[in-house]
Design a protein around this ligand. Structure first.
Ligand SMILES: Cc1ncc(COP(=O)(O)O)c(C=O)c1O
Length: 371
């Protein structure tokens, strides 16, 4: 494993004794951040963990007018033993690199990226929330920083990582969400940038999302951009439908959908819990018919933020289907519990998905030094 030489600068602020309450999602940031620079011909250099601070960017930096930028999201989970778990962080780093390649940006070293995350999380462990469903969210970014108005790939980049202590993504916690199928807008198209995690995909989704919220829904379900009938994904989540309480069906990765780490994990976990899983093209008309016929017993979103988000209501072309119980379904509950138990280290991890960040001993030493 290659090792990055990271210069560690002192933080200007220490972790608060008590974290802000309510925590919200992505509203508070820890005291330090990781940065490193890329210059064509030289590669990545000047890796630093230093104080969290505003970026000084030239107004002509390419990120502002070409939108050449990618990001990702993963979490560190507080374990019962006082240590932290990173979850499938290498898989996340691989997606970060695939996103970068799609946007004509340089890749980062997977080992170096994971090392930067591990060291930053270790230094900032005091910000990791302990309460149920909360976590330390990790947001890696890469942006184009060459100053030119030419439309071409930048020759210099900034890679940085920030951390945010977060509550569950939806303020209601593990409660059903309402989803509107967008008939007017599409998110991305095959051959476009849909399978990359790049802000343009999200910027393009905001108008439709605002309209859905104004119409009384929380999230938008996007259909494919070509035929406008096949289910792609929901907001910042992949989507799954449960047939007869035992068969989990999710859209196959089409090139327009983000390949979610949570989706991949649940597709591996579900068969071990006795569920059948299938990936195919899912026609929204068929979904509405199967809902009304009672064949679909549950639907849920899958993503790092909410982990599993049960769907309580699905609207399409003026038809609204509401799941009768108003509560998360049994499959969503079982998957949520099984996956979060692994993420939080409450049960052994048979899949090798978690990576331990040891902080308990350091915390005990700090506590002893204070008395
Ligand atoms: C558009 C989109 N789809 C799906 C997901 C779920 O991906 P993951 O499970 O890796 O968080 C996300 C979140 O990153 C997303 O932004």
């Amino acid at each position: 494993m290659s090792k990055l030489d990271i210069r560690i600068e002192p933080a200007t602020q220490s972790a608060p004794a008590v974290l802000p309450d309510p925590l919200g999602f992505g509203r508070h940031f820890t005291a330090r951040m990781f940065t490193q620079h890329y210059t064509a011909g030289r590669g990545w250099h000047d890796a630093v963990i230093g104080p969290y601070q505003p970026l000084a960017l030239d107004p002509a930096a390419q990120v502002f007018h070409c939108g050449q930028m990618v990001f990702d999201g993963t979490k560190a989970y507080s374990r019962p033993d006082g240590n932290l778990n990173l979850f499938r962080v290498e898989k996340n780093a691989e997606r970060f690199n695939r996103s970068a390649s799609r946007l004509a940006m340089p890749e980062v070293g997977i080992d170096e990226h994971v090392q930067a995350i591990s060291e930053l999380v270790k230094l900032e462990h005091g910000w990791a929330p302990k309460q149920e469903g909360a976590a330390l969210y990790i947001r890696p970014m890469m942006i184009a920083v060459e100053n030119t108005l030419e439309v071409r790939a930048s020759r210099s980049f900034l890679h940085y990582i920030i951390l945010s202590p977060v509550a569950p993504y939806f303020a209601g916690g593990f409660k059903p969400v309402s989803v509107l199928v967008s008939a007017d807008y599409v998110r991305t198209v095959r051959g476009g940038t849909g399978e990359a995690k790049t802000p343009g995909n999200y910027a393009g989704s905001l108008a439709g999302t605002e309209e859905a919220i104004a119409a009384g829904y929380q999230q938008v379900l996007w259909l494919d951009a070509v035929e406008r009938r096949y289910v792609d994904e929901v907001g910042a989540m992949n989507i799954a439908f449960v047939y007869a309480g035992k068969h989990i069906r999710t859209p196959m990765l089409s090139g327009a959908i983000l390949p979610g780490v949570t989706r991949d994990s649940l597709l591996k976990l579900a068969p071990d819990l006795g569920y059948a899983v299938g990936e195919d093209r899912i026609d929204i008309h068929e979904v509405m018919r199967d809902l009304e016929a009672g064949k679909i017993t549950e639907a849920f979103g899958m993503g790092t933020g909410a982990v599993v988000a049960p769907v309580g209501r699905l609207g399409y072309q003026g038809r609204d289907y509401t799941f009768a119980s108003g509560e998360p379904g049994p499959v969503a509950c079982k998957l949520f519990k099984s996956l979060t138990d692994i993420q939080y280290g409450r049960v052994p991890d048979p899949y090798g998905w978690t990576r331990l960040v040891e902080v308990a001993a350091a915390k005990a030493r700090l506590a002893a030094a204070r008395v």
